[in-house]
Design a protein around this ligand. Structure first.
Ligand SMILES: C[S@@+](CC[C@H](N)C(=O)[O-])C[C@H]1O[C@@H](n2cnc3c(N)ncnc32)[C@H](O)[C@@H]1O
Length: 266
């Protein structure tokens, strides 16, 4: 099923106008699907989710500086990411990475309804003296707003750099997307501490995913890079349904364990 990749961008805004049947959706909802995100998103019915909340691999090992290469954690506080992810090296040639992420965003655009949106968490960085602001990934996609996620401290191993404390969240929205009532009073800079106590090398905090989901009336939330299951926990805490996709079997296991613990404590 390669059909969505050949749909022109305008077509993606209108693609698949039929509502998917509940029987088909039952196989997807409130489950972690372990496998490649493009393969699995390609198997999902068009317009079957209201919202995507996700943080892709940042390709951090493909770096012009020493940060992730010099064996001591460099300027990145999470030294564990130096090994990449369990099932993804995080070191693609930049052009391949951009093409892959554009394919992933195209697949997400096919899956959201005309009222849908994507919260796409990424990181800006300076490469060879110039800002890498991810414009190459996002060109042509309907970016509506950029939210700054201000994290708390961390450990800086590099004496030449200030401690990095922010990431960005691109709100990519189809034309009919609206925030939940009163959410437009919330500012566009969110101060939320990063996750501690999570064995995944790059989780975002439950509170961050809750803020995204709680700012909308979305009923079904997809995270195509589910990692340790954070978006699933946030969705359940907000009383919504979710679909999680993750390549690593270890992280799928971790996500299942985390949501089981969450459900018991609830
Ligand atoms: C930044 S992490 C997401 C972390 C997640 N937000 C959390 O809180 O745990 C990105 C995830 O994408 C996964 N990944 C990488 N390539 C993938 C692929 N082709 N298909 C599905 N998942 C993939 C990695 O294994 C990693 O867990």
């Amino acid at each position: 099923m390669d059909s969505f990749k050949s749909i022109p961008f305008d077509g993606l805004l209108k693609a698949g106008l039929d509502t998917p049947s509940p029987a088909i959706m039952d196989a997807w909802l409130n489950r972690f699907h372990c496998g490649d995100t493009l393969d699995l998103m390609g198997q999902m019915p068009a317009q079957s989710v209201d919202l995507v909340v996700t943080s892709p691999p940042y390709n951090l090992k493909q770096s012009s500086g020493n940060g992730m290469k010099n064996g001591n954690g460099g300027k990145w506080p999470k030294a564990s990411l130096m090994k990449g992810y369990e099932a993804h090296g995080d070191c693609m040639p930049h052009g391949d990475y951009v093409a892959w992420q554009r394919d992933c965003l195209t697949a997400m655009m096919r899956l959201i309804k005309p009222t849908g949106a994507i919260f796409y968490n990424h990181k800006w960085r300076v490469q060879r003296g110039l800002l890498q602001d991810r414009a190459d990934i996002l060109e042509g996609f309907p970016v509506r707003q950029i939210i700054i996620w201000q994290r708390k401290g961390g450990i800086n191993f590099n004496p030449g750099y200030f401690l990095p404390t922010y990431e960005v969240i691109y709100l990519i929205a189809k034309p009919d997307f609206r925030l939940a009532p009163k959410a437009n009073a919330v500012g566009d800079a969110w101060e939320i501490p990063q996750e501690s106590n999570n064995p995944h090398p790059a989780p975002f905090p439950v509170e961050l995913a809750q803020r995204c989901i709680g700012s909308t009336d979305a009923k079904v939330i997809l995270d195509p890079f589910m990692g340790s299951g954070t978006t699933a926990i946030a969705a359940e805490s907000e009383g919504r349904k979710w679909i999680g996709i993750e390549k690593s079997k270890d992280y799928c296991r971790l996500a299942k364990e985390r949501i089981a613990v969450y459900r018991k404590q609830r």
